[in-house]
Design a protein around this ligand. Structure first.
Ligand SMILES: NC(=O)c1ccc[n+]([C@@H]2O[C@H](COP(=O)([O-])OP(=O)(O)OC[C@H]3O[C@@H](n4cnc5c(N)ncnc54)[C@H](OP(=O)(O)O)[C@@H]3O)[C@@H](O)[C@H]2O)c1
Ligand SMILES: [Zn+2]
Ligand SMILES: [Zn+2]
Length: 349
């Protein structure tokens, strides 16, 4: 086997270049993965522009990673060589901080973060912490599974942990990588599902993905439309604009929740009135743990939910990233390595 591998490295802010790296052995508690596919998440922009807190360069981005284990570090007993696994954003907790000691490992104060504190999946090879990898079911191809490990888990967890009941009115704002999966999860969890996008261009796709209703925020008053429908019990805000999130509060029912998963650069400027009168609330939700990833993958198999993807060879990562940033991806760009192409040509096991 070659002792070097290809990776896409951020060498300086805004510079994503192909490099050849030396294959290294996994340390204790780690595995080495031969990457097949890696989704391009909007959060990768925080690595590529070098604004993610705690980031040091050079760094390989990518936290929607699927591949096969090819080497085990000492002490790894749960996983086997050849097994197909996935890695998400939060890729290892320290186990000793207060959130960890309370069992809230996704909010670890000193986590391993793929593509930020450790090299991620824009590469042919990735080293991962064995405690933070997820098993990938045979029903999903690697390119299908990859986006579920961040865009999927983030929207699935946010919705399933929101205290909702079947039939509730639930809206998803922003129909991109996260949003197009959020719409599918909301529909398949049994909610009356509204998609909120800018313009009419994505309306048909949003309806095909399961939205009962589509609201065009460019021409309609979103809060007024939601209130005419009785008010949303939850709105999942996936967009990258704080200005677009703030007015959503007025579209909530009494006790409704605005769940923020998008991370805009601009502030969300809130009016206290609809929060106080009606007991509405707003809170954030951060992706999830490896076992949440396995739940997301299992639910996607159960309900036949798949990301809508465009695949590109690993070497074309910079072009694919640019397409995502321009809002042109429908809906997730997924990088595929030579290994990923070879594996997808094999008959299913
Ligand atoms: N909480 C978490 O754990 C977590 C996990 C992953 C990603 N994220 C964050 O979630 C956000 C979305 O990620 P993604 O991968 O889905 O990105 P994406 O595929 O690039 O989609 C971006 C979305 O933002 C919307 N948007 C952009 N500009 C907007 C504006 N001015 N007003 C309203 N909406 C606007 C777009 O809406 P249209 O559909 O109307 O074009 C689109 O749906 C990013 O901020 C990312 O960092 C958070
Ligand atoms: Zn992500
Ligand atoms: Zn911790």
């Amino acid at each position: 086997m070659k002792n070097t591998y290809k990776a896409l490295e951020v060498s300086a802010p805004g510079v994503l270049r192909v490099v050849e790296r030396q294959v290294s052995e996994p340390r204790a508690g780690q595995v080495r993965i031969r990457v097949e596919a890696c989704g391009i998440c909007h959060t990768d922009a925080a690595t590529i522009t070098a604004v993610y807190p705690g980031l040091t360069l050079p760094r390989v981005p990518g936290h929607e990673v699927v591949g096969r284990i090819e080497a085990l570090g000492t002490g790894v007993s749960k996983w086997k060589i050849g097994q197909r696994v996935g890695v998400g954003l939060i890729a290892g907790e320290d186990g000793v901080c207060e959130p960890c000691r309370r069992g809230d490992t996704v909010n670890c104060e000193n986590p391993v973060v793929s593509g930020v504190t450790a090299d991620g999946g824009y590469a042919e090879v990735m080293i991962a912490e064995a405690r933070a990898i997820a098993s990938v079911p045979d029903e999903l191809t690697s390119v299908e599974a990859a986006p579920l490990l961040c865009a999927g888990i983030t929207t699935y967890n946010a919705l399933r942990n929101a205290g909702l009941r079947g039939g509730d009115l639930v809206a998803v704002q922003g129909i991109g990588g996260l949003g197009h999966l959020g719409v599918q999860f909301a529909r398949h969890m049994g909610f009356r599902t509204v998609a909120i996008g800018r313009g009419r261009e994505k309306e048909k796709l949003a309806r095909d993905l399961g939205a009962h209703v589509y609201i065009d925020s460019a021409t309609e008053n979103v809060a007024a439309v939601l209130q005419r429908m009785g008010g949303a019990k939850a709105i999942l805000a996936t967009g990258t604009s704080g200005d677009a999130m703030a007015p959503l509060v007025s579209g909530l029912s009494a006790r409704g929740k605005l769940i923020i998963v998008g991370v805009p650069q601009d502030p969300i400027q809130l009016n206290a009135f609809p929060l106080v009168f009606g007991g509405r609330s707003i809170h954030g939700s951060l992706t999830g743990t490896a076992i949440d990833s396995e739940d997301t993958l299992a639910f996607s198999v159960l309900e036949n939910i798949r990301p809508m993807i465009e695949t590109v060879p690993l070497e074309k990562a910079a072009d694919a990233y640019a397409r995502m940033m321009q809002g042109k991806a429908r809906f997730r760009m997924v990088l595929v390595t030579k290994e990923g192409v070879a594996q997808s040509a094999q008959p299913a096991a």
